[in-house]
Each structure stands twice: as C-alpha cells, then as structure tokens.
Design a protein around this ligand. Structure first.
Ligand code: IDP
Ligand code: MG
Length: 150
C-alpha cells in the first residue's frame, strides 16, 4: 500500500471545502492514516517546497501556504499517489478536467485548493516532514475487501 501526503491549502480551508475534499478522497476508497489541522510556518513551508526555491512564483507560494491553517493528511491505498493526483486534477485549475477537485472548485494556479505528493520519493519525504510515525494509524477497515480485490 502506498501512502501520500495531501494538504487542503489555506484557500480550501477558508472557502469551506475541507469536507468536500475529504469526502472525495474517502468516497474514492482511499484510507485515511493521519490528519492534523495546522498553520505552516516558514520553516516547514520552505522544506516542503524546497524544489521550487528560486522560481518566480516561490515568494507568493510561501506567503500563500503560510497565510492560514491547512489540513495535512496521509491517505493510503494501492497507487494512492497517482490516484490522489488524478482526483485533484492538474496544477493549473483552468486546465483541470471538470470532475476533479481543482477543475470543480478553482480557477488560478496560485489558489489551487490542494496539494498531493508527486511521486514515491516525494511522498515518503513529505509524510515524514508532517507526521511522526506515532501520528499515523494503521487500521483495518471493514470495507477493504469491497474496495481492494486482494
Ligand atoms: P503541484 O501542486 O500540482 O504538484 P507544483 O508544480 O509542484 O504543482 O507547484 C507547487 C505549487 O506551487 C502549485 O500547486 C501552486 O500552488 C504553485 N504554483 C506552481 N506554479 C505556479 C505559477 O506559475 N504561479 C503561481 N503559483 C504556482
Ligand atoms: Mg508538486
């Protein structure tokens, strides 16, 4: 089972879309293994977005992501990383397919509601950045056999 980090960014929280985002991931069949409501400080934000340091949008990205509380979550499942990314839609909401989170709720790249880890290495790094091992719950879900074939 893969684990991936999802953030409901400050715009998603402010716009009252926390339940909507969680509901979509939950209904898809992914399993929650960690969740916290936090305000990211500059240190956490710069470590999370280290790959974007120096890009023109970086200062705006840092002030956006630290501007209010976020929901940080770990979701688990077979191919969870790519499933979360496709459920979110592409980075630029204007190009995101209707039916995706970004395609249904957002218009601009700098206000795109959600974050999902891009690949396995990022997922491991990001989960570790936001959660101590003891904060993740490994649990049996009674519906798993109805969602996962084996
Ligand atoms: P991702 O969130 O889909 O993985 P990345 O390319 O990793 O997209 O960019 C991280 C975040 O930085 C985006 O989600 C978005 O909030 C912001 N961002 C990316 N490109 C731009 C841009 O060109 N202008 C403003 N913000 C951007
Ligand atoms: Mg990214």
């Amino acid at each position: 089972m893969e684990k991936t980090l999802v953030l409901i960014k400050p715009d998603g929280v402010q716009r009252g879309l926390m339940g909507e985002v969680i509901s979509r991931l939950e209904r898809r069949g992914l399993k929650l293994s960690g969740m916290k409501f936090i305000q990211m400080d500059e240190d956490l934000a710069s470590r999370h977005y280290a790959e974007h340091v120096g890009k023109p949008f970086y200062p705006g990205l840092l002030s956006y992501i630290t501007s209010g509380p976020v929901v940080a979550m770990v979701w688990e499942g077979k191919q969870a990383i790519s499933i979360v990314r496709s459920t979110m839609g592409v980075t630029k909401p204007a190009e995101a397919a209707p039916g995706t989170i970004r395609g249904d709720f957002a218009l601009e790249v700098g206000r795109n509601i959600v974050h999902g880890s891009a690949n396995e290495a990022d997922a491991v790094r990001e989960v570790d950045l936001f959660f101590a091992p003891a904060e993740l719950v490994s649990w049996e879900r009674s519906t798993d056999p109805w969602i996962f074939e084996d």
